[in-house]
Design a protein around this ligand. Structure first.
Ligand SMILES: [Zn+2]
Length: 107
């Protein structure tokens, strides 16, 4: 089945579940969308440690934990009714709404 040419379906604040990688099964909100890279940053997922530079005499610098972006194909939107699902669209007049492909519930 051919998907419409690379349309980004996810939105900021969407609750998604990680379906691949070390955080598989984890759920969180989308904090950021990197549209051009086809990646999303999900709250609490794909945490990586980064070294931070000292910015002042008082600042010790050190290691901070930040969320790294995940490829959008590694996350699935979560439907309130059926859990992780795929996004479908419903036409309501000329308005398009995102719906769950399994149960039709608006997402
Ligand atoms: Zn559903």
């Amino acid at each position: 089945m051919a998907e419409a040419a690379h349309k980004f379906k996810l939105k900021k604040e969407d609750t998604v579940q990680i379906i691949a990688g070390k955080d598989k099964g984890k759920r969180g909100k989308i904090l950021k969308i990197l549209r051009d890279k086809d990646r999303v940053v999900v709250e609490g997922a794909n945490i990586v440690k980064k070294a931070q530079k000292r910015r002042s005499q008082q600042d010790r610098g050190g290691i901070v934990e930040v969320e790294a972006a995940l490829h959008s194909s590694n996350v699935q939107i979560v439907c309130k009714k059926c859990g992780p699902t795929r996004i479908g669209y419903k036409l309501d007049g000329d308005k398009k709404t995102r719906v769950c492909r399994k149960c039709g519930e608006a997402l």
